[in-house]
Design a binder for this molecule. Sequence first.
Ligand SMILES: *Cc1c(COP(=O)(O)O)cnc(C)c1O
Length: 513
Amino acid sequence: MSQNIIRDDAALSIEKSVEGRRAIRFNKVEDKSLSLDIPDNLLRKTKPLLPQLSELDAVRHFTRLSRRSFSLDTHFYPLGSCTMKYNPKINEDISMFEGFANLHPLAMDLSAQGTLEMLYDTEKILCEICGMDAMTLQPAAGAHSEFTGALIAKAYFEKKGESQRTEIIVPDSAHGTNPATAVMLGFKTINIKSTSGGQIDLNALKAALSDKTAILMLTVPNTLGIFEFEIEEINRLAHEAGALVYMDGANFNALMGIIKPGNFGIDIMHLNMHKTFSTPHGGGGPGAGAIGVNKLLEEFLPYPRIIEETGKFKIKEDYPRSIGKIKAYFGNTGVLLKTYAYLLMHSKETLGEIARNAIINANYLLKKLKKNYPAYCEDYCMHECVLTPGKDLLANKVRTLDIGKRLLDYGFHAPTVYFPLIVHEAIMIEPTETESKETMDLFIEAMEKIFQEGKINPELVKNAPHTLCVKRLDEVAAARKPDINWENSSAIEKFGSKTADKLETSLSDSKTL
Ligand SMILES: *Cc1c(COP(=O)(O)O)cnc(C)c1O
């Protein structure tokens, strides 16, 4: 890994370590009462190998490093299926309001009225938007929501005396977490193929449904960026077979304010606050999920729940049929507070506008790019489109990975690559509603340039990026053995040349120093 890094100024500045150089030093106070009784054998015998720098050198080092990262605040970030939209910064401030952020998780109901009301209202508003009867905001993420929803379905069938329902039907266009959830809960997954238009094949569905089916798990819009036009018929068929229909609504930013899933027969659905409601997915921080259910399933929701009695909000734990607790306290309330603030900023109309603009933007990119990058579904898409490199580029062995890397040179974060799995060499682009036409036009221009380069000078694309300090990493090793150490000549002297393996040894050595 490290051999790929060009040693520019940022790296060099930290190697400017000079014995004794440092930032501010407070005067030493000899106070015996402060000394800790640390046994001798646990005390460090040698100084730690840290660079010794002035404050200015250290600040410059980290500022330079931070500028090398691609982020939502600096670059267009068209990561399909991850919804990296720009969310109002003010909600970050609101999520840190002291009254919420400093509340003790075990505070009594009466001293937590504000937080309880906020969570209660958020549940109610999201129920209204989704057309569901009840909701829990406790799941920590989308996959955790699926787990919670499937547990609820399981409890429902146990109560009904239909424990033979052990199968979950998952179309091949579903998000990967769907079958994974099913398996984690001991269900058998039945995979059904999509039609060439990216829709569920109704005949395949009919053949798969039986009195063993517990859940039909649909991702809407699916991972091809397509809406199931036959959704009402699909739901009717599933219900006729006695199954429940689960909707993975992680990407509800394509639908909110336009349709209400509860109205067309969805029994259970989940939302991702990180994607749709004011937290970017993959933002590095916590997210939050939610599970909405219809009346029949409400009694199985996880506890504790919040109820309102004569204007006061209370925590209630007594739900005999509940699936139990699924997360400590009330989930990630800081994220939910951002959701609440976001919901209060909007109305039914503006939420619908967000969804429509997300769809219009994705379709704009689809129309402009599909000539050179053939789309899986040519005609339309929802909030994201799935393209491919096409035969011209593939003939020159220019692949999706190369296009993603070359986009970095043009100042764009790469789209999602090689997902969904059912599309060969998939390039999945989600512009979101927050990008301007001007930004998208620049992106289109870059994609067109890359297409020309790939035809005329494929090596240029295949060896990209050319302008960044980090070239093509061994991505597995970068994740499993991250190289995060400062290195200077005395360290090299001590530990020898630094390969990832040696680094590991040196790290374990340093523990014994
Ligand atoms: C992102 C996503 C998930 C998983 O959400 P996490 O919060 O990452 O667990 C599930 N389904 C779909 C359709 C998604 O886009």
